[in-house]
Design a protein around this ligand. Structure first.
Ligand code: EPU
Length: 418
């Protein structure tokens, strides 16, 4: 079994470029299905979730070619195949192919999506919203059959600003000959990125980045070239890592404006953060201090995906930090792993209370999900002695070149086999 050996305790120094965003590239790739013309997505991160999305496109009859960090999709020969459960189960974002299939073929056939285990992750908001626009659902979660009974515009209000449901609504609505208004839509920058690409393809969408999206559907869509936005969560993870280990780290090709609550939290922990254009530099040369209470929330709040990396950074921070998870029902699976390093964490429902300790000691830990895996790596990087991190595939789902990046920052890590 493969594991990462981490000899912790070294400050990090250096500069690394941030990749294109995982949570943007996946719906962007789904959107390439909407037109028979060629689309080019540039700045694609080499992560296994992006590969899984291209496998779905190929299964649907598209020609997909990776050229460096660009993915060229020709969906001219796409045919309406059902997406098998092996492909659906690889990630949560596979569900956004439903909206794209409904637009392109008029129907979609698929099973429940996979994804990180973060508590219950139903798709009831997707179902109710698409039904309100005229989609008929049949079958069980292992084989859903969906098709338009009629395509009509209208107003849909999401019970929660779900990222995936908003993406599915956008992808389906561009084919509706009428006006679709989505209230309480997700405002995440990845939604704005998707709206940008759809508009570049000829769609008419207003309100991107707000809670009210208006889609004037039925416009013919054509091929387009789009550059993926920078990954906010990769950026947040390396910032948390630099804060935890200390040192001087610069992250380039990112966007500081998309990370304000994360930067605020790390500044209040005692880190010096300088932002210039697309670069964020974090310096930490004094002990970390606890940051009080941080609650996760939909954008523009503190991102749930940064909760686990921040928790790892707070393990050595003097005082008590309370992290409240409000987006997912069970996103603390990293807590038992972080305790293995000597982290003092108590949980009470959706609140984790971290009391800073003086030192962490080496341990063997498992990546329990993508972000929790990175949190375990962060803890290992600050622990005395040699740690082992297992479950590396989960981390590779969303962090491109991450082991190389650790080396570039001066961390003492190596891939081992046992
Ligand atoms: N929810 C429902 N019913 C639905 C849809 C969502 O109850 O039909 C609930 C979920 O169970 C969850 C909450 O609403 O409790 C938020 O879910 P949302 O739909 O917003 O999340 P998602 O689309 O499944 C995306 C990202 C996640 C990120 C969340 C929140 C992708 C592929 N995934 O998930 O990313 O945490 O939005 O920002 O875009 C990650 O990158 O590590 C990750 C988990």
């Amino acid at each position: 079994m493969q594991y990462l050996a981490v000899r912790g305790g070294k400050p990090l120094r250096g500069s690394i470029p941030i990749h294109g965003a995982k949570n943007s590239v996946l719906p962007l790739l789904a959107a390439t299905l909407l037109t028979p013309e060629r689309c080019v997505i540039t700045g694609c991160p080499e992560i296994s979730d992006a590969t899984a999305a291209t496998e779905i496109l190929r299964h649907l009859g598209c020609t997909v070619e990776w050229r460096g960090a660009s993915v060229i999709v020709d969906a001219s020969q796409a045919s309406g195949n059902a997406i098998p459960s092996e492909l659906m189960g690889k990630m949560r974002a596979s569900v956004t192919f439903l909206g794209a299939m409904l637009s392109r073929f008029g129907w979609g056939r698929l099973s429940a999506p996979g994804g990180c285990r973060l508590g219950v992750r139903p798709i009831n908001y997707h179902v109710a919203a698409l039904e309100a626009l005229g989609v008929k659902w049949d079958g069980e979660s292992e084989d859903w059959r969906c098709r338009w009974e009629a395509r009509f515009g209208g107003e849909v209000t999401l019970p929660f600003p779900s990222v995936g449901a908003t993406e599915n609504l956008l992808l389906a609505s561009v084919s509706v000959p009428g006006v679709v208004t989505v209230h309480n839509a997700a405002r995440e920058p990845e939604i704005t990125d998707l709206c940008g690409f759809l508009s570049a393809m000829g769609a008419e969408i207003s309100g991107a980045g707000t809670a009210d999206l208006i889609i004037r559907g039925g416009k013919p869509l054509h091929g387009a070239v789009w550059h993926v936005m920078p990954d906010r969560m990769e950026t947040a993870s390396y910032l948390a890592m630099a804060a935890a280990c200390g040192g001087d780290v610069a992250l380039t090709q990112t966007d500081p404006m998309l990370l304000i609550p994360v930067l605020d939290a790390l500044r209040s922990a005692g880190c010096r953060i300088e932002t210039t254009g697309k670069t964020i530099r974090l310096l930490r040369d004094r002990p970390l201090r606890a940051i009080g209470t941080v609650s996760t929330a939909p954008y523009p709040g503190f991102p749930t995906d940064a909760q686990a990396p921040l928790m790892a950074a707070m393990l050595l921070a003097e005082g008590e930090t309370r992290l409240i998870e409000t987006v997912f029902s069970d996103r603390f699976s990293h807590v038992p792993e972080l305790r293995k390093f000597g982290g003092a964490i108590e949980t009470d429902g959706n609140c984790a209370i971290v009391t800073g300790v003086r030192r962490l000691t080496a341990a063997s830990a498992e990546a329990t999900d993508l972000r929790g895996g990175m949190a375990a790596v962060i803890a290992a990087l600050c622990a005395e002695g040699e740690s082992r991190i297992y479950g590396l595939d989960l981390i590779g789902r969303g962090y491109a070149q991450w082991i190389d990046y650790l080396g570039l920052l001066g961390a003492d890590v190596s891939l081992q086999e046992e």
